[in-house]
Design a binder for this molecule. Sequence first.
Ligand SMILES: [Zn+2]
Ligand SMILES: [Zn+2]
Length: 351
Amino acid sequence: MMRAAVFHGPRDIRIEEVPEPDAAPGHVVIEVSRNGICGSDLHTYVGSSTGGAAMHLPGVVLGHEFAGTVRELGDAVDDLSAGTVVAVAPIEWCGSCWPCRQGWPNLCRRLGIYGGYRLPLHGGLAPMVAVSRRAAHPVPPGLDAVSAALTEPVAVAVHAVRRAPIPLGASVMVLGAGPVGLAVLQCARAAGAGVTVATDLSSARRAAAGRLGATAVVDPSADRPVAAMRDLTGHGVDVVFDTTGADAAVEDGIGALRQRGTFVSVAGWQERAHLDMGRLMAKEIDVRFTMTYEPAVDFPVAMQLLATRAVDPDVMISDHIGLGALVEDGLEELLHHPDRHVKILVDPNRP
Ligand SMILES: [Zn+2]
Ligand SMILES: [Zn+2]
């Protein structure tokens, strides 16, 4: 047996004994080094009634942002060996529905995510977890098993930037400087952005964006984001990425865009948005959405960016906690003191 964080319902996540996983054919067992706490885990924890939070299955081990070391190989796995460090792409797709046949696994009609989203797949908030061979991505040289736990949120950013290619020297505004926002900021720069601006209500997150070399950092409650972008670009920003899912931020983003600019939604929407379609129309704004990532394409890029420090893992990690502290020092802390944190990583081998 082992101790794991099991979801039983809203505000009812228990650290309890569960059986250790076996390596089924085509699967591997991974010893988890770290599992990051995601904004979507907070929605699951508080029991948001809309969006993805309502899709979590009770009785399943939580956690979808994890990396670790391969410990056991199931039958038919002959291209991995024990001891290999891997980042896990935690989505499972059917391979046969129409989106899957187009090569869009993230849009699979039967999509499931490790950690109990829609399918009973145990996640990474446990010392050991079993995943399919295709979910395990060996890390490149330069990326350690701890920083590799950031691969999943960075892959979200990589996918978003691929969905809205950034012309060399383009100006980019990122709404929200949480883990995904900070990753988008760095990916945009790696893709060739000239001016990069981040906004966030949290001073810790603005400071992180500053340390990562953002051209400007804006506090939307005190500064005027739209005017700030005009000052910087003269005519408005080329591409806006929204990672907040908040109407007020989206409003700022639309106002800051230039004519025929691109608005990319990278947020986990929980509520209906109130969009000013007239303003989008008057500037002929292109609006694009992103839904997780395509593992085969986005994971290798995300790992390479982390390995070369084009995306700096250290600035994005604000704390490491043990499994037993998940609720108190992880979920509750992020709910009540978002100002103090960026990404909290859980070490499931530590009590
Ligand atoms: Zn996540
Ligand atoms: Zn499918």
